[in-house]
Write a protein that binds this ligand. Sequence first.
Ligand code: NCD
Length: 439
Amino acid sequence: MRLLPLTEGLHSAEAFSRPYLESFLELVRSIERSPLRYANALDGYLIATVFEEPSTRTRLSFEAAAHRLGARVISISDPRSSSSVKGETLSDAARVMGGYADLLVWRHPRDGASRRAAQVAGVPVINGGDGRLGHPTQTLVDLSILHQKWGVIEGKTVGILGDIQNGRTARSLAWSLAVLGARILLLPGSGLDWEPGFENRLMHRFAYRLKRVRHPLIQEWTGNPEARMLEPKGLVQGELFGVGTSALHGLDALYLTRLQEERGAKAHRGGYPGITVEQLKDPLLQDTLLLHPLPRRDELPVAVDEDPRALYFEQANMGPRVRQAVFLSLLCPEKVDLPALNPLPSGNPEHFLAPCPNKNCITHAEGLRPPWRVEGKGKRIFLCSFCDVPLEAPYVGCLSSRKVHPAYSPLVQQIRPENLVPFQTRDQAEKEDYSWGGG
Ligand code: NCD
């Protein structure tokens, strides 16, 4: 069985580099201009779409894209009709499906599911949405509509409103906006903010800084007078750095999201934030493009549909073109010549000791322990290689000396990253034959 690294397929927005995204968005434009150019590019290919959660747009746009490129498609569209109801693991299903098709598109309720499927399938896997974690091809759709309207996304301000805690589209979009150097205004509903680990990682990776902004609409949406804006440190602000909160003057796009009730999300006091026709008269929103991955609920009333700023149906219509570009890039890269995706960091297989603290991580359903990877220079943060959730490791061992130290010991700084092993207790380390190295 092939184990990580995950080089095949598309699993996370974290695989996007700026050159990749820029070339990808141009490819989508070229498919739009000449829809028949790649009409037979996937002749003879068989693609499987395996959707273990409901879907309308994502599955059908993948299938439409496959047919338009000349491929054939087999599909599981209703999780109740697959063997997962008989208790079959994702790993077993992916190994089998990998023998039937040349590429798999997988949607699954667990975080990190597509990465697991890719480890065992032997063919490329595309993440069609995994739990709360990510939905990278939806993000490519979102960026494509913005690129079509603006040309350049760098420096624009995009607000993300609603259930950012549980919404995988919000997370993938935020990361990708940072790849491109846009400002990200976070407008979570009450109690629906994401965990700080993800945001910290984004800020660190892209050298972003946090600013607080205020506006009466922010108060109406979130119940807080101010909101967090993440922006590249390099952007000129016309104001002194670090001086309190500043007023928000403009918003180039607003990305609305639905409450993810199927992931246990609940609207708290004050209800769930959405847009109203009245709010659209506010000067802040004068030139704001309105996006939504759909399906929508009350956060986006139908009365908004005829407004020229409402782009969500145009956005949804980009789906098949974008997914054509994704298929082409994975199955016949020589025809489209895109820069490679970043490989997802795979972690050290020696670090299988600790279980992932994220209860929704695919590892729990599959009886696996994640290979932990080390993040940043501090050498104390370990991330699950399946779901990217951080593990607090109060003790850190050295694989070569078999000594264990408190995580904050300067001795840990001298250990090479590939030799670091996370432990939750001293006892656990001693059971694994690590002796106390102090520090
Ligand atoms: C999204 C999803 O499944 O995460 N839908 C989609 O793919 N267009 C958003 C959602 O269901 O809220």
